[in-house]
Design a protein around this ligand. Structure first.
Ligand code: ARG
Length: 584
């Protein structure tokens, strides 16, 4: 077992039992990473919380715990500080042996979950025939990262793209398609439809201008809902063309998803309403079927409804999400369903979760979580736009990131007098550009808005993808220069002497704990922060400690520390969806 925190907690739990009796076996020993170096490496607050029920002074409680604590292998003698904190400092010998152990493990000691779950991550989820916008980009990047971390932890993850592929807008689109692109329909050729966003705009214009067209569009909706073959075929063409456009983005980002759009749940919508009615949850309000929500009231204190069937008989976004929850739990056996969308949808999810729970679909072992994120803003603090004021196309945004990263690279290569092949430049620019966009998004606490700035995200200094990629490249540079055979090196011993070595070692050993934390809180910025600090600590070590020039034993030990850093970076970055480079 590698998790440092877990080991310390277990020792503490044992000490609590030995000191105060069996009834303390399940008490959380409150061991955490120390907030400041002067508090040691780890700290426990348990004496402060136990003193009162034990009717003791906290420092006495702390002393009693320490008397029953055997940490001699892991730590220096524990110290009682302030009102009764217990401060722990890890022993270099222990760090050395832990590093040695994880160096032999391809997962670097990061553990799997004890009880793997069936998890669904519902993310990306753009809408057919509409622009996939920066909000969908955020969902795609954050959702992919969460899925990767849960997969790494050993969970069975289903990555679902809940595409908006149903709704009344299809009537208008199909009617327009028949009018403007009849040849696409006869040849069943999605490509002939051309850019869907343009098509949408044209159709909308037509719809707003012409009443007869509106009538045709409404009839089309009804035909489609009834499953008329020619309408369904037209709908499929639209979906197919959208899918192609989305796929370009997914390929650029290296993200995989299983499409299961809203239309998938159509066959279950009426059942869902019936089931809710049978459970007595449904009331009729002005012809619409509603579930009145608990905890949602208007100004005069009346309960607010969640409409599940409109007065015209149609279903809506909420009905589909209810059907999806029911299906995901019953058919997919999901134990944790994670929804990654902008914070604006928080109350939508809160409401459908409430109704699903009241319907009895969500048993105690199932967790439904909304993972909200803030807005993407331009550098002016307003909604992100192009210079001419149009909404930005994702494709253009990603292309620009790659183009800018290419400019930076070419300039640097020129300054350094390096002559690199076109193939190398193109590949490096793509990896750096895409990584920069992903990392800029993931490294901030997702709940806040974030300002999109190419200059900041591509900078070689600061908490950016290029900075982390560069730390990795540095280690690869050392190994090329020293002609290092990592295989034989791995059998050597590690000795930690310089403070920068100790600091780096302790950090490397926290990986397992960080991943567990992200699995629980679903905050990828914690992993980013960890990797950023890892790079900083590595750079401090690199500045202070000669590696290749050091005498034989030290050289081997430091090389191993550098190699462990690089492997940790590579693994951590891969969980963010970022590929490393050997040179840059
Ligand atoms: N298509 C929706 C949108 O663009 C997001 C769907 C999120 N997932 C869900 N199950 N409702 O806002």
């Amino acid at each position: 077992m590698y998790s440092l925190l877990e080991q310390l907690r277990q020792h503490f739990s044992q000490a609590l039992v030995n000191a105060f009796g069996e009834e303390y076996a399940d008490t959380d020993p409150l061991v955490t990473l120390a907030a400041k170096p002067e508090f040691g490496d780890y700290q426990s607050n348990i004496a402060l919380s136990l003193a009162k029920p034990l009717k003791q002074k906290p420092r006495d409680t702390a002393q009693q715990i320490i008397d029953h604590l055997d940490l001699s292998e892991l730590c220096e003698p524990p110290e009682i500080a302030g009102p009764g904190f217990i401060n722990l400092r890890l022993k270099p010998s222990y760090l050395e042996s832990q590093l040695k152990t994880i160096s032999q493990d391809s997962q670097l000691g990061a553990e799997k979950a004890e009880t793997p779950q069936n998890v669904i991550v519902d993310f990306s989820s753009p809408n057919i025939a509409k622009e996939m916008h920066v909000g969908h980009l955020r969902s795609t990047i954050i959702g992919d990262c969460i899925a990767r971390i849960l997969e790494f932890r050993g969970h069975d993850v289903l990555r679902l793209n809940h595409v908006g592929d149903w709704g009344t807008q299809f009537g208008m689109l199909i009617a327009y398609l028949r009018e403007a692109y009849p040849e696409a329909l006869t040849k069943a050729d999605a490509l002939a439809i051309g850019d869907l966003v343009t098509l949408y705009k044209e159709a909308k214009k037509r719809f707003d201008e012409d009443e007869t067209f509106q009538k045709t569009a409404r009839e089309e909706v009804v035909k489609l809902q009834k499953g008329a073959p020619d309408s369904v075929q037209a709908w499929e063409l639209l979906c197919e063309q959208s899918r192609r456009e989305f796929q370009v983005i997914y390929d650029l980002l290296g993200v995989e998803l299983t499409e299961r759009g809203e239309s998938f749940y159509n066959p279950f919508l009426s059942e869902v309403v019936q089931e809710l009615e049978a459970k007595g949850l449904v009331e009729e309000d002005q012809g619409a079927k509603c579930v009145f929500l608990e905890g949602y009231t208007n100004k005069s204190g009346e309960r607010l409804p969640l409409i599940i069937q409109k007065s015209d008989g149609g279903y809506n976004y909420a009905t589909t999400d209810l059907a999806a929850i029911r299906y995901r739990i019953r058919e997919d056996g999901a134990q944790r369903v994670i929804y990654v969308t902008d914070a604006g949808q928080a109350s939508h999810f809160d409401q459908v979760f409430q109704v699903a729970k009241r319907a009895g679909w969500v048993s105690d072992d199932v967790e439904l979580v909304h993972v909200p994120f803030g807005l993407v803003q331009g550098e002016d603090g307003k909604k992100l736009k192009t210079r001419s004021g149009d909404t930005i196309r994702l494709r253009d945004l990603l292309d620009e990131a790659i183009a800018r990263s290419r400019q930076d690279l070419e300039q640097r290569f020129q300054e350094e007098g390096r002559n690199e092949s076109e193939e190398f430049i193109a590949k490096t620019a793509k990896i750096v550009g895409i990584s920069a966009v992903k990392y800029a998004d993931l490294s901030r606490n997702r709940t806040s808005n974030y300002v999109f700035s190419f200059d900041k995200m591509l900078a070689l200094q600061g908490n950016t993808a290029p900075y982390l990629l560069y730390a990795y490249v540095r280690v690869q540079g050392i190994s090329r220069k020293g002609n290092i055979d990592w295989e034989t090196l791995n059998k050597q011993n590690i000795t930690l002497e310089d403070n920068s070595e100790l600091v780096l070692a302790k950090h490397i050993l926290q990986l397992s704990d960080i991943l567990k934390e992200v699995e629980k809180d679903l905050l990828p910025n914690r992993l980013c922060q960890y990797l950023f600090e890892l790079s900083q600590k590595f750079n401090q070590f690199y500045d202070r400690c000669p590696i290749l020039q050091a005498e034989a034993d030290k050289r081997a030990s430091r090389l191993m520390l550098a190699d462990l850093t690089a492997r940790t970076l590579k693994l951590g970055l891969s969980l963010l969806g970022i590929e490393v480079l050997e040179r840059m």
